[in-house]
Design a protein around this ligand. Structure first.
Ligand code: NAD
Length: 487
């Protein structure tokens, strides 16, 4: 058994070929608890050789998994989903230890997103159909939809079970085997998931999880000639490297990258929910959410009062780790905090600081990587803080006069991941939704209600179908078989 608890730290090994495995060179790496700044866990510092072993195992697993009837794959996936629910407390503890978020939030992710996705795609495993075309006296043509093969899944540190299950569940339903590479900051919950899935009946080698430095293990995965497809969630900078390496073997790639999402509040909106939408849109998970509403556009007629009330709510947020009743947790690492603080410094020269802007002074928070909820107002649209993804609790506010101006500001971004519009005018809601360049538009709420519908990122936020039934096509090849008819 891989788990040892020593000096209050948790250790999990890698999960390769149906068993726990240390790094082949025996090395481990520290994973810091962001709420305390102490080492919270250790995992193997895997190597390119370990990654190759995982791919070898996945090749064998593939033969078993793809050969099964879809109904049998579905049955196993339903058992995995149930096992996730049965082990939700343990998964949540590990996710929260790594990410610093609340246990309640992690439980919600596990039960309402990760296990649900497993069930949703389990239901598709025996409904993967092809097409037929008949040209009388000429050809009978049909298509076969086949798994891509060994698939690589590269997962970021923010919500590993949330982001991970998005590609893991459809990949399994389609009959692929997996090599998963979690982030070095948050590997535990995905390691545990591999064991849970194996014990629930997933055959050996179908899901392997390899930890290690992103550069070495990541490059080994993306350039491996036997890896047919890469599903990457992370930053644009790493995404470019992944594409470069994947191109060596023309591996199929799907990219889920960053965002700088506009949250547009019109004067005719129901103000109370809009205020809370703006607040949680940016301060949930300390702003470390790809679809965070990090740019707030407020119509001039209500701007001053809206920002004042929002600042008041932000001042009242309780900061702290999962061990206390907190509204906002830490950033993931000291490196991330430094990056966020440097953006705040840039913002001081570009706009008016309304609230926050500092590391909290509370002595009990000193070890962790906390930053105060921060709001800048009157931010020019070309400011660095208005254009770049900060990935922290920093909101930039820009006033606008009318709808066309709001849409122009909203679309003046390299990114196109999410957006929101708050209005009581149904026509305006539809018009703005159609004109926004983003994969999602939330109307009178923030954050998507569900994953049952497919979306595709715009611009530098990536490409490929994600979520919903349509996304299963990202995990399948389509083969056309044509049979000559007639004599
Ligand atoms: P990151 O790009 O630093 O890392 C992502 C993953 O890539 C990690 O597992 C990392 O170890 C790995 N990696 C590093 N070098 C690699 C290499 N050479 N080859 C292969 N893999 C390598 O991103 P992060 O800091 O972990 O996450 C934050 C970013 O992720 C933000 O930009 C955020 O917007 C984005 N994100 C996007 C979505 C989405 O759905 N679009 C969801 C969550 C996060």
């Amino acid at each position: 058994m891989a788990e040892k608890v020593k000096d209050a730290t948790v250790h999990l090994d890698m999960f390769i070929d149906g068993e726990w495995a240390p790094a082949s060179n025996g090395e481990v790496m520290n994973v810091y608890n962001p709420a305390t700044g102490e080492v919270g866990s250790t995992v193997p510092k895997g190597t390119a050789g370990d990654l190759n072993a995982a791919v070898d195992s996945a090749k064998k697993g593939l033969e078993v998994w793809r050969g099964m009837h879809g109904a049998e794959r579905a049955r196993i996936m339903y058992r995995v989903a149930q096992a996730m629910r049965d082990n939700a407390d343990e998964l949540a503890r590990l996710e929260s230890l790594n990410g610093g978020g609340s246990i309640g939030g992690a439980l919600h992710t596990i039960n309402e997103v990760a296990a649900r996705r497993m069930e949703y795609f389990a239901g598709m495993a025996d409904k993967i159909l092809g097409d037929t075309f008949v040209a009388p006296d000429e050809y009978f043509i049909y298509t076969l939809r086949e798994p891509k093969g060994v698939t690589g899944h590269i997962i970021p540190w923010n919500g590993p079970l949330w982001t991970g299950s998005r590609s893991i569940a459809p990949a399994l339903a389609a009959g692929n085997s997996l090599v998963v590479k979690p982030s070095r900051e948050a590997p535990l919950s995905l390691l545990k998931l591999a064991e849970i899935a194996y014990e629930a009946g997933l055959p050996k080698g179908v899901m392997n999880v390899v930890t290690g430095p992103g550069g070495e293990v990541g490059d080994a995965l993306t350039s491996h000639p036997d890896v047919a497809a890469i599903y990457f969630t992370g930053s644009g900078a790493t995404g470019k490297r992944v594409l470069e390496m994947a191109s060596t073997n023309f591996a199929y790639s799907v990219m889920e990258l960053g965002g700088k999402s506009p949250n547009i509040v019109f004067a005719d909106a129901d103000i109370e929910p809009a205020l809370y939408g703006a607040l949680w849109g940016i301060f949930a998970n300390a702003g470390q959410i790809c679809v965070a509403g990090s740019r707030l556009l407020v119509e001039e007629a209500i701007h001053d009062e809206f920002v004042e009330r929002l600042a008041e709510l932000a001042r009242g947020l309780r900061i702290g780790g999962p061990d206390r009743e907190a509204d906002m947790g830490p950033l993931i690492s000291e490196k991330q905090r430094k990056s966020v603080m440097s953006y705040i410094e840039a913002g001081m020269n570009e706009a008016e600081l309304v609230v926050g802007g500092k590391i909290p002074e509370d002595p009990s928070l000193q070890g962790g990587y906390f930053v105060e909820p921060t709001i800048f107002d009157d931010v020019p649209t070309d400011a660095k803080v208005a254009q770049e993804e900060i990935f922290g609790p920093v909101l930039v506010v820009t006033p606008f006069k009318e709808m066309d101006e709001a849409i122009a500001i909203a679309n003046d971004s390299d990114f196109g991941l999410a957006s929101a519009v708050w209005t009581s005018n149904i026509k305006k809601a539809h018009v703005v939704s159609q004109r926004l360049e983003a994969a999602q538009v939330y109307v009178n709420h923030y954050f998507s209600a569900g994953f049952e519908v497919t979306r595709t990122p715009y611009k530098a936020s990536g490409f490929g179908h994600s979520e919903g039934a349509e996304s299963i096509s990202e995990y399948l090849n389509t083969k056309a078989v044509s049979i000559k008819m007639g004599e």
